[in-house]
Design a protein around this ligand. Structure first.
Ligand code: HEC
Length: 147
């Protein structure tokens, strides 16, 4: 009897642990995206232009030249595009899909060193919601899109 009680209690506890929290929305979703972008997936390591003093935080996620080169000959992007505010050729839904699949809306994929992210939907939504809030460069400042 006691064993049965312990088993039931353990099952109830397991049920409580696996219960999914409600999906994040609004400011909480943006805060989660801020955490992911700036501490986990680190989009700014490549997409924020670098200066001799470190990343230019006044131009966060506004793209620039790719300062790294591969040691062997492989396809490689020489420019890092601006993604602040979400690029115009993506809807937010398409941006979310790209972060889950690595495929752009036109069916193309990006070259290294862009990582082919496979974020889960919630994280992809959080990253997109946060990047939407990062001010885009003006048209004159925007780097030439990578070929
Ligand atoms: C290690 C460097 C690196 C990191 C980290 C990185 N990117 Fe990139 N990203 C690139 C490069 C380089 C390209 C250009 C690829 C090409 O031209 O084929 C690119 C391309 C893109 C594109 C395509 C833009 C377009 O105009 O079609 C998007 C969107 C993008 N990155 C979003 C992100 C997001 C969001 C993150 C973080 C979750 C991120 N990237 C992290 C290097 C990086």
């Amino acid at each position: 009897m006691q064993k049965l009680f312990i088993a039931a209690a353990a099952l109830a506890l397991l049920g409580a642990c696996t219960q999914r929290a409600a999906p994040l929305t609004g400011d909480a979703l943006i805060a989660r995206g801020d955490y992911l972008v700036n501490n986990v997936v680190l989009c700014g390591d490549c997409h924020t232009p670098m200066t001799a003093q470190g990343p230019d935080l006044s131009r966060r996620l506004q793209g620039g030249p790719n300062l790294t080169t591969p040691m062997i000959e492989i396809p490689w992007a020489t420019d890092v595009p601006a993604i602040a505010g979400i690029p115009g050729h993506f809807t937010e839904e398409q941006f979310v899909a790209f972060l889950q699949t690595g495929v752009r809306p036109d069916g193309s994929t990006t070259r290294p060193p862009m990582p082919p992210y496979r974020l889960n939907e919630e994280d992809a939504r959080a990253v997109a919601a946060y990047i939407r809030t990062v001010p885009a460069a003006s048209a004159e400042e925007a780097p030439t899109p990578a070929p």
